[in-house]
Design a protein around this ligand. Sequence first.
Ligand SMILES: Cc1cc2nc3c(=O)[nH]c(=O)nc-3n(C[C@H](O)[C@H](O)[C@H](O)COP(=O)(O)OP(=O)(O)OC[C@H]3O[C@@H](n4cnc5c(N)ncnc54)[C@H](O)[C@@H]3O)c2cc1C
Length: 451
Amino acid sequence: MDKRDFLKGSAALAATMAVAGIADATDSPAPTPVPRENWSGTFHYHTNKVLQPANVAEVQDAVRSVNHARALGTRHSFNGIADSTVAQISTLGLKDVLLDAAAKTVKVGGGIKYGELAQQLDAKGFALHNLASLPHISVAGSIATATHGSGVRNGNLATAVSAIELVAADGAVHTLSRAKDGEEFLGAVVGLGALGVVTHVTLDVQPSYQMTQVVYEDLDFGQLEHNFAAIMGTGYSLSLFTNWQKHQAWEVWIKRRVDQGGDATPPPMFYGATLATKKLHPVVGQSAEKTTEQMNTVGKWYERLPHFKMEFTPSTGKEIQTEYFVPFEHAYEAVLAVESLRKQITPHIFVTEVRAIAADDLWMSMAYQRKSLAIHFTWKPEWEAVQKILPQIEAKLAPFQARPHWAKMFALKAAQIDKLYPKANDFKALVAKYDPQGKFRNEFLQTVLFG
Ligand SMILES: Cc1cc2nc3c(=O)[nH]c(=O)nc-3n(C[C@H](O)[C@H](O)[C@H](O)COP(=O)(O)OP(=O)(O)OC[C@H]3O[C@@H](n4cnc5c(N)ncnc54)[C@H](O)[C@@H]3O)c2cc1C
C-alpha cells in the first residue's frame, strides 16, 4: 500500500468525490450517501457510488449496470481490497437465514453480520465453530479474506463454508459447493472479491455450546521456546497479547468449551503467568466494559469466542492493522525475529496479538496447507511511521514465507506474494473464468495479485 491510499483531510476527500462524480454521470443509479471510508477512517474509498441491492435479482442488475465494481461488506478491512474508482456493491441488504437442522447447515445472505447470525442460530440450538475477535463483520466480507479466530484445531471462518452462491461479471448466478465442485470450490471460497458478488453462503453448524474465558498476566516468552505448541493448544482458543517489551505477553486469553471441561476452576498459574483478578481489555487504557466476559463465568459461545462485544466499538476504533502468518513449526523463531524490531515497533502499536490457526485447503487462505501462527499488530493511526516498519518486519519474517492478511496493511507486492501461494496461478485462471474482462479488479488486486 502506498501513501496515496491514505488520503487525509477534506480536500483529498473532495477530490475523491469529484472523480467518482464522473462515473456517476455515466452509470446509474444515483449515488447513495453512506460513509466513504473504512471502519477505522484510515482508508478513503475512491468512489461515492454505492449500490445497495436487497436481493439476488437486484445484485444481478447492479453488476450488469456497471463496467467496474467491488463488493462491499461492513468496511472493516484496512487496505484498498474493497476499493473501487467506479462503484461498490454493498451486500448488507442480504441477510436472510435458512437453517437446515437435519443437515446441520445454515444458508445466509452474504451481508449478515456474524453477531446477528450467532444470535439467530443460538436461539434455534446451533452454533458456529469459531468467530473472529469481533462479531461486527459481514459473513461474505470475512470469508473473502480468510478471516480467522484462534485455536490450533480451528480452521479460519471460511473453512465452515460448504457452498457459495455468487453473481459473476456477466450477471449470471453460480453456486459452488464442497460436495460437487472439488478444487474449483476450494479456489472460490476465499475469493478476495475477485470472482463476483457473493449473495449467499452455506455454513456448517453444530449444536450450541457454552464457554468460559480466563485471562492470565505476564507470560515470559522464555516459556514459548519449549512449550509453544502446548500453550497455544490450551483450551479451545488462545490468544497472547504483547507490546514486545519485557520479553513477555502481558495477557493470555484462554477460551474453553464447557462440553470439554471448560468450566473447571482454572489454576492460579499458567506457565508462570498469573490468573487475572479482574476483567481486562487487551489494549492498555481501554475500558474492559467493551470486552466479552472473563473470570471463568459460563456463557454462550458467541459471547466468549470474540474478544469484543457487539454493542461496543471493538479494539480502539482509530487504528491500522497488519498480520502475518508463519508455519507453526517456526512459531518461536518468528516471534524472536519480530521481537528484534521492538525498538521500532513498540512506540507505534497499541498491541500485538498472537494466535494459532489450523491448516486448510482453501487456495488463497493464509493457512493454506499450513498450520499457522498469526502475528497481528494493532497500530496507532500513524501511517507515516508504520509504512516504514512493515518492510522491516517482512524482511525478518521472509525466511518463514510469511503470508500477509489480505484485509490488513502490508508492503509485499505480487511477485513476492505469488511465491507464497502454490495455487496463485490457478486462482488467477479461476478469476478469469468468472470475470474475463476484469470487472471486479481494482488497484489492490493489480498490485498484490496480478502484478
Ligand atoms: C477491530 C477489527 C478487528 C478485526 N479482527 C479480526 C480477526 O480477529 N481476525 C481476522 O482475520 N480479521 C480481523 N479483522 C479484519 C476483518 O475481519 C476483515 O477485514 C474482513 O474482511 C472484514 O469483513 P467486511 O465485511 O468488513 O468486509 P469489507 O472490508 O467490506 O470487504 C473485504 C473484502 O471482502 C469483499 N467482499 C465483501 N462483501 C462481499 C460479497 N458479498 N461478495 C464478494 N466479496 C465481498 C470485498 O470486495 C473486499 O475484497 C478485524 C478488523 C477490525 C476492524
